[in-house]
Design a protein around this ligand. Structure first.
Ligand code: AGP
Length: 610
């Protein structure tokens, strides 16, 4: 939820820190700050608000050095303010720390330190960590690594943090990870540290992902890592396969719009190499489960949050139809607390773009602890979800910078369809033409669906002042109604609800009036006729309907204010195109309302705390 960066090398550090933070700002943007060690002193610059305010501050009050740390914050403990911005410095002004996560026992530690005379200047949980490290520096004769090792033994909660100190005899950065991601980058004579790969891509592709429990020391001599803060260990060097250009906006006004338009390519890339259309076979390298194991699967648990949970709801329809196995779908945050019934016949699937969502990871661990088999559908190589799973189906969507999940969502739907086909095939089922041909058409169908962008722009002009929206869908399109509502909520701050169209008459129809636009998804066979009847019910109460349909718009003449035509795919793939106009609508309305569509208020791209 926060972005952390560090650098140690031969270049002026502040511009590098700012560049790294700019790539991570989507992870949190309540406040930002940097710190360097210069001439034996800690020099910090911190602001409330976004990175551009930090740049302005540094333009007026420059700081310089050859190594340092930077942070962009999504507030957990302590409101967004300059006082609570990171880096946080200990009360003896000799250690500076940046932190992503939550220290759950911070009050106990704080009371003990206050009793020992340590002063606290912020409302953050982070400050107990930096004061605790400083308190151990004396006992460890200024050895920063030893002080960090002692400190982490006392912390409970989730953290990825990095520290520098004026006590270090030579430049060094010490880091620790328990939960949120932390990776190290190496280049000739330069050392990098970041929350995720996007901050490093411009400088190096050689990275090391720290494991939970690792303490690491970066210095001019190189890199050392201790597992569990004790045992020296070598972590594998991995090569990043993302292109730095992908991190840029590529001429689009916002990352969200760029990523909506990248969907045809992302879907193509996610499909590539996985389907042999000639032999009617699906290949899922890296799934990690053999045919015997898959034959033993009797039910599936799909675990996710937010948009990824909507993908799981669609996945339930697909898997139950094509594999005939029962599927349960759970929010990550609910699953672990309901004491789920799991055994080796359960295949748990964690669905996560980032692979770092704490609630989803907890649910995945809960399934694993109870003997379930565990795989992940994920977009980020080396992320925690991929490391705790037996196998992974990667969505090759490329980096998704916009906080709103768009191309990650549609590639998740495609990956879940591939999983269903693979399970069907491995369990002796036949893959027929109708299962595979539609798959080949998905990228092109989405490209065609994107053609409604101008029509959507006009709709946004008419409806951007609405205070409430209702999204209706039936069957496999109901999760798309939920997703359309979430997109609008999180991008434009308009209240929106997704509802099963058939449920309207059981209550929500009381809400209908001419001020509440209703988006009705009327696609996919016989349910589309049912939705059409629901549209009649809405119209009869002066409701204003925007219909999304794969059939002739003339069928909605006199019924819908506006009809958005999408291509027709097979019923189980139809949601991939149905969602495209809803993504564009949320984006266009958000822009018209002057919202920061890439970094909506109160949100972060990856929710790495519970
Ligand atoms: C979706 O637009 C949101 N950004 C959010 O709901 C997101 O889907 C959710 O936090 C899960 O993230 P994940 O896919 O990275 O686990």
């Amino acid at each position: 939820m926060c972005g952390i960066v560090g650098y140690l090398g031969h270049r002026e550090v502040v511009p590098l820190l700012l560049d790294g933070l700019a790539k991570l700002e989507y992870r949190g943007y309540d406040s930002a700050g940097v710190v360097v060690v210069d001439d034996g002193e800690l020099r910090t610059a911190k602001v409330e608000g976004k990175l551009e305010r930090l740049r302005a501050r540094l333009a007026q009050q420059p700081i310089s050095g050859l190594y340092g740390l930077g942070h962009t914050r999504w507030a957990t403990h302590g409101p967004p303010s300059e006082r609570n911005a990171h880096p946080v410095v200990d009360s003896r002004r000799r250690v500076a720390l940046i932190h992503n996560g939550i220290i759950e026992n911070f009050l106990d530690v704080k009371e003990r330190l206050q009793a020992a005379g340590w002063r606290f200047d912020t409302d953050t949980d982070t400050e107990v960590v930096v004061n605790l490290i400083s308190s151990y520096l004396e006992q460890e004769s200024g050895d920063l690594t030893a002080a960090v090792k002692r400190t982490v033994r006392e912390l409970e909660g989730m953290y990825a943090f990095a520290v520098i100190s004026t006590c270090s005899p030579a430049p060094e950065i010490v880091a620790a990870r328990q939960g949120p991601p932390l990776l190290l980058g190496l280049s000739d004579g330069e050392r990098f540290l970041a929350s995720d790969a996007s901050a490093l891509l411009a400088y190096t592709r050689e990275v090391i992902f720290l494991d939970n429990g690792d303490v690491a020391r970066l210095s001019e001599e190189g890199l050392r890592i201790w597992s569990g803060g004790e045992t020296p260990v070598e972590r594998p060097l991995q090569r990043l396969n993302w292109d730095p250009v992908q991190i840029e906006k590529g001429g689009y006004k916002h990352f969200m719009l760029k990523e909506i338009h990248e969907q045809p390519q992302a879907l193509q890339d996610t499909l590539a190499g996985r389907v042999d259309f000639e032999r009617r076979e699906v290949h899922l390298e890296g799934l990690g489960l053999d045919a015997a194991t898959l034959a033993g699967v009797e039910r599936l648990h799909l675990l996710a949050c937010g948009t990824s949970w909507h993908a799981a709801l669609v996945g339930k329809f697909i898997i139950e139809a094509l594999v005939r196995l029962p599927v349960e779908v759970d929010y990550g945050s609910e699953y672990r607390y309901r004491d789920p019934i799991v055994d080796p016949s359960v295949l748990a699937v964690g669905i996560s773009q980032s692979g770092e969502t704490a609630d989803t990871l907890s649910a995945m661990e809960a399934a694993k602890e109870r003997g379930g088999r565990l795989i992940a559908v994920c977009n980020v190589t080396g992320s925690q979800a991929t490391r705790i799973s037996e196998g992974v189906i990667y969505t090759h969507a490329g980096p998704e910078i916009g906080v709103a999940s768009t191309k990650a969502f549609t590639t998740q739907l495609e990956a879940l369809y591939l999983l269903a086909l693979y399970l069907r095939q491995q369990r002796g089922g036949r893959l027929a033409d109708e299962h595979l041909e539609a798959l080949a058409h998905v990228p092109q169908a989405v490209a065609e669906a994107l053609a409604c962008e101008e029509q959507i722009g006009e709709l946004a002009r008419r409806f951007f002042r609405a205070e409430n929206f209702l999204y209706l869908g039936r069957g496999i399109a109901y999760p798309i109604a939920l997703e359309g509502a979430l997109k609008l909520k999180e991008i434009s701050y308009i209240h929106a609800e997704g509802y099963p169209a058939g449920e309207m008459k059981h209550g929500p129809i009381a809400l209908i009036d001419e001020d509440m636009p209703v988006v009705a998804i009327a696609t996919g066979g016989q349910v589309a006729e049912k939705v059409k009847s629901n549209i009649h019910e809405v119209r009869a109460r002066d409701g204003v309907v925007i219909a999304v349909t794969d059939r002739d718009p003339a069928a909605f003449a006199g019924l819908a204010e506006e009809v958005i035509r999408v291509p027709r795919l097979s019923p189980h793939l139809q949601p991939i195109v149905d969602v495209v106009p809803l993504q564009l609508l949320a984006y266009a309305i958000g822009v018209r309302r002057g919202c920061d569509v890439d970094q909506p208020r109160n949100l972060a791209k990856s929710v790495t705390v519970e």
